[in-house]
Design a protein around this ligand. Sequence first.
Ligand code: GTP
Ligand code: MG
Length: 188
Amino acid sequence: GLRKKEVNVLCLGLDNSGKTTIINQLKPANHSNHLGPLSEDWKHVSQVQAQEIVPTIGFNIEKFKSSSLSFTVFDMSGQSRYRNLWEHYYKESHAIIFVIDSGDKLRMVVAKEELDTLLNHDDIRIKKIPVLFFANKMDLRDAMSSVKVSQMLSLENIKDKPWHICASNAIKGEGLQEGLDWLQEQIA
Ligand code: GTP
Ligand code: MG
């Protein structure tokens, strides 16, 4: 049959924002636990069991397939000491998922600094790659809305790349499918 298009997706954002939790939701082992399983279209390549999620050291690589695409997701650590690893993967990335903890008002300015650094990087600035934002942890009582998060991050200033923001609850898997469907449309 036809070879699936190979797509590298970089998952970025501050530590504790929920990147690994989001990516774990794409694994079929987790689907039965949740109300809205991700569509049958999303198949994980290897059979990874549900594990307790710990802060990522360095990064992890996960592979997923949809009907037309073969994804390699780079789940980067958001800890400050590892953020210098991010840029090594900019050149070969075809899409970015940027995760924000909507409840972390204190560090929203840090998230904005990291986003601005990313968008101004030589290897990203010139690329028209799609950027998907998850305003994650929407279940927290004091979570900011996705509109508020997008204002705090000045997303309206991103003119040269398609971008989209979704509110999400990675623990329940809510909001993830909408974002991933958008991303897939942009790439396909
Ligand atoms: P690093 O690997 O350190 O960069 O962090 P990360 O962005 O991968 O965050 P991780 O997925 O490890 O999640 C951090 C913590 O937030 C964990 O305790 C998760 O259970 C929790 N968490 C993730 N998503 C949500 C969410 O939507 N709501 C709530 N309430 N907690 C969440
Ligand atoms: Mg992680």
